[in-house]
Design a protein around this ligand. Structure first.
Ligand code: SAH
Length: 400
């Protein structure tokens, strides 16, 4: 094994690493035993010289070391192959029927800085750390060996790359891609633009919740807010909803969800509006002083984008959640269900729930909790790494 330069931590630092968290911040480091090239593999020791692990070093990032393993390992194609196969086995165990899913979810799979999504026979790779970026060829070779995919795409257009000293990088790594890919989720087909779509193409983290929430749709009038490609609404329509109305401010997303409804033979019970959800909810709950809003939905789904990227804007985000909760409660029939999601790591489940309860207080409604949701099992939560948990959701029935 090559000899590695040592990163020595200050006294008192290292417990988090021992517990399994992979990030070492600049301020925790006492010194390096020799200069290190950015991206190189280093070993990390505590101030008593005990080995804590090995990982990639990057002086330009706030996270100076991203730990890969608690023991000495050689980072080769075989190393990536083994890690990716282990991650794949987790998906096969917990989502046995799925053909499209996240294969590697960075820290959740002990590969900080690497995401790999599988959309049928197409793989999409997203790299957000320098050490991974320098080993892209090994990673791609391992993926070829495991999946023999038709296409491998790179979607490394995440803003966090600049904190690692990396430019954005997009394009076809292997194979050829012409047009959108038909992605199968729970037996429904979604036309997905993997080159220009959100994230790496779709919100795979909701796959299990699409199915779970659709159980509240039977026979009812459904409103899918922030519908994107129509995931929640189309599952609801298939599960026997009488009608589904889709709202998204992106005209392209609405056009794609319209095509998806037709492809899945559900178009008859679907209608669409390319609008700002806040405006639509406001317009549809506006009444004269002595009038009441007539509730008309049996199921309302709220799955907005993250309203906050940092801790400072959490109060604004909470006002946003309260606003949509308030208006959705007015439009929900008694006995109807509100399913609401929050994908911001900075907004805790408690704060998110508060935004609903305070809306229920203001509108004098009583709620009954009927389900709690998290991210699908292909985005595993490792409690030792709190950042791996971000998606929370719940369903409440309006008692009165
Ligand atoms: N529910 C979707 C994911 C939603 S992502 C799914 O499961 O796939 C957020 C979506 O909200 C995006 O499609 C974006 O276009 C839309 N959006 C963001 N802000 C909006 C707003 N104010 N009004 C309407 N749509 C909005």
């Amino acid at each position: 094994m090559e000899s590695l330069i040592t990163v020595l931590l200050k006294p008192g630092e290292g417990d988090r690493i021992v517990a399994g968290h992979p990030w070492i911040y600049h301020g925790e480091i006492l010194r390096l035993t020799a200069p290190v090239v950015d991206g190189a593999l280093v070993q990390v020791k505590d101030h008593r010289q005990r080995l804590l692990g090995v990982g990639f070093y990057n002086s330009r990032s706030k996270i100076n070391v991203r730990i890969l393993a608690p023991e000495r390992v050689e980072v080769t194609e075989a190393f990536f192959e083994e890690r990716i196969r282990t991650a794949l086995a987790v998906r096969q165990r917990h989502m046995p029927g799925a053909t499209s899913f996240r294969v590697v979810n960075a820290e959740s799979d002990f590969l900080s800085g690497l995401i790999v999504d599988k959309y049928e026979d197409v793989l999409v790779v997203q790299i957000s750390a320098l050490g991974m970026d320098q080993r892209k060829a090994m990673i791609v070779a391992a993926l070829q060996k495991i999946f023999t995919p038709r296409v491998i795409l790179e979607r490394s257009d995440v803003s966090s790359r600049k904190f690692e000293g990396l430019a954005e990088s997009n394009g076809v790594i292997s194979g050829e891609l012409a047009g959108p890919v038909s992605v199968n989720l729970n037996g429904l087909k979604f036309e997905t633009d993997l080159v220009g779509g959100h994230k790496t193409g779709m919100y795979l983290d909701q796959q299990a919740n699409y199915q779970a929430v659709s159980e509240f749709a039977k026979g009812g009038q459904v409103l899918d807010c922030f519908s994107f490609l129509g995931g929640f609404g189309l599952h609801a329509a298939r599960s026997g909803a009488a009608h589904v109305h889709f709202l998204d401010q992106s005209a392209e997303a609405i056009a794609a969800s319209r095509r998806n409804a037709a492809t899945n033979r559900l178009a008859e019970k679907c209608s669409f509006d390319a609008v700002n959800v806040f405006d639509w909810l406001k317009n549809n709950t506006a009444v004269k002083p002595h009038e009441r809003v007539i509730p008309r939905f049996d199921l309302i789904v709220l799955d907005p984008p993250s309203f906050t990227r940092n801790r400072a804007s959490v109060p604004d985000a909470l006002r946003g959640y309260k606003e949509i909760h308030l208006r959705a409660l007015k439009l929900l029939k008694p006995g109807g269900t509100l399913a609401s999601f929050c994908c911001s790591h900075h907004v805790s489940a408690d704060l998110f729930l508060d935004s609903l309860l305070s809306a229920a207080y203001d509108t004098r409604h009583i709620l009954r909790r009927v389900a709690l949701y998290g991210q699908s099992p292909d985005h595993p939560v490792i409690p030792m790494i709190p950042e791996t948990e971000y998606l929370k959701g719940f369903a409440f029935e309006k008692v009165r």
